[in-house]
Design a binder for this molecule. Structure first.
Ligand code: GLN
Ligand code: ZN
Length: 756
């Protein structure tokens, strides 16, 4: 028989219970026991939901108080010495200190999990790292589930993925630790076996990446060792196809192998051809990372193809990956309209799809006929709905001309036109867009949204704030001003709310890191811009001053990556539609007298595909989209872009290809190290290496910013350099921002004197 399985369920609670509880615990408002109880309740609810959905095997240890990679570090006893770990069991205060730091100790580093927007805590290794079971979490949760009658499948991040995701501070190679880590995995598996566990899920998503020979042999060694412990191993891969790692993977001693057939449906044929007899193939057919209902008829066909080849006993049905990347339960969307809702499935609903497909295989299509016909109706509705398909947009997309992707003149020509138009000093100063978002601003926005204040009152407060920010920047003697973005809650949401084809859920929360959850907008249809989105604010700001005010937009790539994207057309297509909408805004800003326009693209680097072979294709359409959004302006109009948290080495030629007149990047924390890529590449346009670390409350001195700028001026042409902070200032307070920016302007003036 085919089994219905799952790789992981959202752990934040249907009403974000985990966030409330952890944050209260951190504030000292609830006790550890109370926090632990919330965790227990969430797990029990999740298991029950999965049992009720008819799942045959249910993941355990997918719950976490912060992050599953941090859980692995706790389990394996990988605790950096600064946490003064007693060597016994990692307690919650130590665990949270590792995650978040505290008054006396810094947090561990955090970075993105593969190509998702989920962040994990980076394990810290050195040559002397030893491993020892230091947490009972996985065992406790396993017995907890067993006591509730759950058929458990405990989940572990696999040894090679775990080591590869970590960093060795002393420059050693984490994979050298494999011989030391494997015995501890063996001990864990043996203990699970002694508890009556039959199957363990070993997540090795590293198998979808480009692997070195060393990594390949590490995977072999690791799987050989894991296979020796009497439990059956379900080896899971996701986020991409196995491709050139297929034959290695299929030769590994697993009992079941999970593959992602949403991201990489094309891999199935080859896998079926070579799949070892009598092993189980777990088909990831339901999208674990998106919110669209599955096309059940299509999915069933694929599943049948697999079962025809391997036999019903050797097939499992599953989501494509852990569903922690997907919101919890669509039933909580009380305000969403029925049609849109009928197109969506959150994690709980996806379990129903997994079950339905399983039943369809086991009992034949007729058994799920009503599910299939419902799914057909949705597919047809989405294919034809006028809410999704906008002829005007489609028409525009077919009439894109090459000239729409290039500025009228080359940079050198534009540059002199802009210098004449803007008459800026050398080392011109600017900021990245937002200014501190005070309580008053947030409250005004919230009251306006709730309807407790009217438009006039709202606009008045925003205008006052804009005026204050303009006067403040004039007083500081900054060169290119911004309006401060008080009207924006979030750089994607603000635009998404005004674009057609976008919508917002009330409860579509997904964990980004720890207790921080995001509610990505949903791009469901063709995107267009009915009316100007920012022009009024920018024009108002410009009316207050003779200095240039920079218009502020979020770019198409970032708008795409920070949303749930429709799955019925290529992402490149959707990105270009967004680009056209931004282009309309750019043109209107220019017409309203805005001479400098910044198009933020902080997400461009994170959008890079997992496999190098796919980079060019992505970079081509990403660069095209940016250029489409920005190229409609006159030579005199200066286009800026901004990126933060970015390492550019791999993609510097594409960054240059964006052909923005100026780019601002985050460099202050790395002491200008990140600038290296630009220097080596001989970046031709203007560049603002951040000199003020806005992630810290510390106020940088003029002297230290002068040092950073001098460093930049020795490697770049001084006439290329802009002076700006690392990123927007919205999370900072005025008390810090005021002196910090004053020092920054002074630093620029010092440079003008010293370097000219
Ligand atoms: N313009 C935005 C701001 O200043 C940019 C934010 C970002 O790069 N993440 O807030
Ligand atoms: Zn930024």
């Amino acid at each position: 028989m085919v089994l219905a399985t799952n790789l992981g369920f959202p752990r934040i609670g249907a009403r974000r219970e985990l966030k409330k509880a952890t944050e209260s615990y951190w504030k000292g408002e609830i006790t550890e026991a109370e926090l632990v109880k919330v965790g227990t309740d969430i797990r029990r609810t999740n298991w029950q939901i999965q049992k009720d959905a008819g799942l045959d095997m249910i993941p355990v240890n997918d719950f976490s108080f912060y992050d599953q990679v941090l859980d692995m570090s706790a389990l394996l006893g990988v605790i950096p010495s600064r946490y003064n770990f007693n060597g016994e069991k990692v307690d919650l205060p130590t665990y949270f200190a590792m995650a978040r730091g505290n008054d006396s100790v810094t947090a561990m580093e955090m970075t993105k999990w593969f190509d998702t927007n989920y962040h994990y805590i980076v394990p810290e290794f050195d040559t002397d790292t030893t491993f020892k079971i230091s947490s009972d979490k996985i065992f406790d949760e396993t017995s907890e589930a067993q006591a509730l009658g759950v058929t458990v499948r405990p989940v572990l991040v696999g040894p090679v993925t775990y080591l590869t995701l970590g960093k060795a501070k002393d420059g050693s190679n984490p994979l050298d630790l494999l011989p030391k880590i494997l015995p501890v995995y063996a001990e864990i598996l043996a203990r699970l076996k002694s508890m009556g566990v039959e199957w363990v899920q070993i997540d090795e998503p590293i198998l979808v990446m480009d692997l070195s020979n060393e990594q390949k042999s590490a995977v072999q060694t690791s799987c050989d060792a894991l296979a020796q412990n009497g439990v059956k191993i379900c080896l899971t891969t996701y986020f991409c196809g196995l491709r050139d790692n297929e034959s290695l993977t299929l030769s590994l001693p697993f009992d079941a192998l999970h593959v992602d057939l949403k991201r990489a449906p094309e891999q199935l044929d080859s896998i079926l051809k070579h799949f070892p007899k009598d092993k189980i193939l777990s088909l990831g057919l339901v999208d674990g990372r998106n919110i669209w209902k599955a096309n059940l008829r299509q999915a069933l066909k694929i599943a049948q193809q697999a079962s025809d080849k391997l036999g019903l006993a050797n097939i499992w049905i599953a989501p494509s990956c852990s569903m922690i990347h997907c919101p919890n339960d669509l039933d909580f969307e009380s305000r969403m309209d029925d049609q849109l809702k009928s197109w969506l499935a959150y994690a709980k609903q996806k379990l129903g799809e997994v079950h339905s497909l399983t039943l369809g295989l086991n009992s034949g299509e007729a058994a799920i006929e009503s599910d299939l016909s419902l799914s057909d109706i949705v597919a047809k509705d989405r294919a034809t709905s006028s809410r999704i398909h906008n002829d005007g947009v489609k028409q525009r997309m077919t009439s894109l001309e090459p000239t729409m992707f290039t500025r009228k003149s080359e940079f050198s020509h534009r540059r002199s036109a802009q210098h004449t138009a803007l008459s800026l000093p050398s080392f011109p100063t600017t900021s990245i867009g937002s200014f501190p978002q005070t309580k008053e601003i947030r409250e005004t926005r919230a009251s306006f949204k709730k309807g407790t204040i009217d438009l006039a009152a709202y606009e008045q407060t925003m205008r006052q704030e804009i005026e204050r920010v303009i006067r403040f920047q004039e007083d500081l003697d900054m060169d290119v001003l911004v309006h401060g973005e008080p009207e924006r809650n979030d750089m994607v949401e603000y635009f998404g709310e005004q674009l057609q084809g976008y919508t917002f859920s009330q409860n579509g929360w997904v964990q980004s890191y720890g207790s921080r959850y995001v509610k990505p907008p949903i791009i469901f249809g063709d995107v267009s811009r009915p009316t100007p989105m920012t022009v009024e604010w920018s024009a108002y700001a410009q009316s207050l001053t003779t200095r240039p005010v920079k218009g502020m937009l979020t770019g198409p790539i970032t708008m795409l990556f920070w949303s749930f994207v429709r799955d019925d057309q290529p992402r490149s297509e959707t990105c270009k539609q967004i680009a056209l909408a931004i282009r309309d805004e750019v043109r209107d800003l220019e017409a309203a007298g805005i001479k400098v326009i910044q198009i933020d693209e902080p997400a461009i680097r994170e959008g890079l595909p997992l496999r190098r072979a796919d980079w060019n294709d992505y970079l081509d359409w990403a660069v095209d989209s940016f250029r489409l959004s920005a190229s409609c302006v006159a030579d005199e109009t200066q286009i800026h872009t901004h990126m933060c948290y970015s390492e550019f080495n791999d993609i510097i030629d594409s960054i240059a290809d964006l052909d923005a007149d100026a780019i601002s990047i985050e460099t202050s924390r790395s002491q200008m190290e990140l600038l290296e890529a630009f220097v080596n590449f001989d970046y031709p346009n203007e560049i603002g290496p951040g000199v003020y670390d806005i992630h810290s409350p510390r106020i940088p001195t003029q002297e230290e910013m002068v040092i950073l700028l001098e460093k930049a001026a020795t490697v770049l042409d001084p006439s290329q350099i802009w002076v700006n902070p690392d990123c927007g200032l919205k999370t900072r307070g005025w008390a810090e921002v005021e002196p910090a920016l004053r020092h920054m302007v002074d630093a620029a003036k010092t440079l003008r004197k010293r370097v000219g």
